[in-house]
Design a protein around this ligand. Structure first.
Ligand code: F6P
Length: 535
């Protein structure tokens, strides 16, 4: 099967209205997969039996199952960095052996989890204190995968949050740390410096600023710091005692790391048991991913819908639209997970891709987005596949009427995208309002919805720790499957390096200590402008 075959199949049904597919009463069930108490419905797409067969064939030809097994077995599938990819080991709570270079990594993983939990429980109970007593606030300093996962998860699990307040500082913009520390008591604050490499300039700059802030009132600030990193040497150089350093291995990628010590702030927020429930949810998705047939495999189908829309139909973006306010950081989390993983134009073997790389991922929670950008989704000239998600039940029994409205809105949007509103229907509507003649025609045209726009819907019972784990693991495996089909390495991120190098060389230029010579004229002029306008 070639990419041209896929594009031809998508072209062939481009003008078919999806509503015709629903003449088959069994379509909803036949194009949904139920697993782990969740339903993933992809019936509101233009994928029919033939297209699904073709997509599954594409997955089979790409050897998705064999590659999946290689990943779980600890093979060095990250072939530009020579590393295994084993974030799944972090949630392998049953502890069955997972070997890297012949060594079982599970005893270390489980011991690390216990160490993390005893520290988290000590902070929560007050047996670990700051100079001023029980810890009231935790500040996690990290960026990218060392921030988005725990920040997204802490917000998502707010109903389970019974530990100290948690704050997340990522941006090197001093405004972020200044606004976060403002009003906190250094004597009862714990700072977690989370950085896989412990070299990331944003994180280290913020960590030094936090240390200086704390040292103004706390006699030994390092005692109120913990670190999460793969580099014990560098955490030691920063002055953090080894019993408060939580290590992990280089076979855990940054954007896949919230399952281990990078999730420390989340664990302090919700407690060890809820954190383990989150891991169990992810592990259940791992088991499903490993054991379900391709046709019934939720991450595989989510990926195949992505491949159909992006590489088949040529839709360049997809919107993630959780009807779940507590998942408001999920789109940002998925932006890193998906775009840093699959935003690549070179295949594993060094050749240039002859198809588009992964899509632009964006989104906001519903219903807010409805009152902002859904106009374009419904009536713009571009087609944006939408990924809706919603819980059957909220956490606020007293506010069940809110949840009813939330669900109704979610379902209404996918129905509107599917159905649309024809010119005849719009004319009738405007005639009923008293319009006639040319003005009727003009007004009616503005009220037409083309419809036939694709969406998927993920429904889960309630956003519990288990379900959050299932959802995040579902998306991780989706990214993996799409990457395998594209033939790329989803686990490196060389595309972030050039900007970092140039920022390092521009630092002294922006302070006026070095010349901008050799830079392009735009950059030189911008530096000049900044230098003339800073105080
Ligand atoms: O620059 C990109 C990146 O390396 C991400 O992949 C990573 O999640 C982030 O920076 C933070 O890296 P670290 O955890 O090493 O500070």
């Amino acid at each position: 099967m070639t990419w041209d075959d896929l594009k031809a199949a998508a072209d062939a049904v481009e003008d078919r209205h999806m509503l015709t597919l629903f003449e088959d009463e069994t379509r909803a069930d036949a194009f949904s997969v139920d697993a782990l108490g969740m339903r993933f419905d992809y019936s509101k797409t233009n994928i029919d039996v033939a297209a699904r067969t073709m997509l599954v064939e594409i997955a089979r030809e790409a050897r998705v199952e064999a590659k999946r097994d290689e990943m779980f077995s600890g093979a060095a599938i990250n072939n530009t960095e020579g590393r295994a990819v084993l974030h799944t080991a972090l949630r392998n709570l049953d502890g069955g052996p997972v070997t890297v270079d012949g060594v079982d990594v599970m005893p270390g993983v489980l011991a690390g989890l216990d160490q993390m939990q005893s520290f988290a429980e000590a902070v929560r109970s007050g047996s670990f204190t700051g100079q001023g007593g029980k810890i009231t606030d935790v500040v996690n300093i990290g960026i990218g995968g060392s921030d988005l996962g725990p920040a997204m998860g802490t917000l998502a699990l707010a109903p389970y949050h019974d530990g100290p307040r948690c704050h997340f500082v990522s941006n090197v913009d001093g405004a972020h740390i200044a606004d976060t520390l403002h009003g906190l008591d250094p004597a009862t604050t714990l700072v977690i410096v989370a950085s896989k490499t412990f070299t990331t300039i944003e994180t280290m700059t913020n960590a030094r600023t936090a240390k200086a802030w704390m040292s103004e009132t706390v006699s030994d600030p390092a005692t109120q710091f913990a670190a999460v990193s793969t580099s014990l040497e560098k955490t030691g150089e920063f002055g953090i005692a080894s019993d408060r350093v939580f290590g992990f291995e280089d076979w855990v990628g940054g954007r896949y790391s919230m399952w281990g010590p990078i999730g420390l702030a989340l664990m302090i927020a919700v407690g060890g048991e809820a954190f383990r429930a989150f891991l169990r949810g992810a592990q259940a998705m791992d088991v499903h991913f490993k054991s379900a047939s391709l046709e019934e495999n939720m991450p595989v189908l989510l990926a195949l819908v992505g491949i159909w829309h992006n590489q088949g139909c040529g839709y360049a973006t997809r919107a993630v639209l959780p009807y779940d306010q507590r998942l408001s950081r999920l789109p940002a989390y998925l932006q890193q997970l998906e775009m840093e993983s699959n935003g690549k134009r070179v295949a594993m073997d060094g050749s240039t891709l002859d198809v588009d790389s992964g899509p632009v991922v964006w989104g906001e929670p519903g219903t807010n987005g409805q009152h902002a950008f859904y106009q374009l989704i419904h009536q713009g000239t571009r087609v944006i596949p939408c990924e809706f998600m919603v819980a059957a039940e909220g956490h606020e029994p007293d506010l069940a009427h809110h949840h009813t409205l939330l669900i109704a809105n979610c379902l209404a949007q996918s129905e509107a995208l599917l159905r649309g509103r024809s010119l005849d229907e719009a004319r009738k509507m405007m005639t009923d309002k008293g319009f006639t003649g040319d003005e009727l025609e003009r007004q009616a045209r503005h009220r037409v919805f083309p419809g036939n726009r694709p969406s998927t819907t993920l429904v889960y019972r309630q956003l519990t720790p288990e379900v959050l784990g299932q959802i995040v693991a579902l998306y991780e495996h989706r990214v993996f499957v799409e990457g395998v089909i594209l033939g790329i390495n989803s686990f490196d991120q060389w595309g972030v390096e050039l900007g970092k190098e140039l920022a390092t060389s521009l630092g002294p230029v922006v302070t006026g200590e070095a010349s901008a010579e050799g830079k392009d004229s735009s950059t030189r002029a911008l530096v000049d402008y900044v230098l003339k306008h800073r105080g």
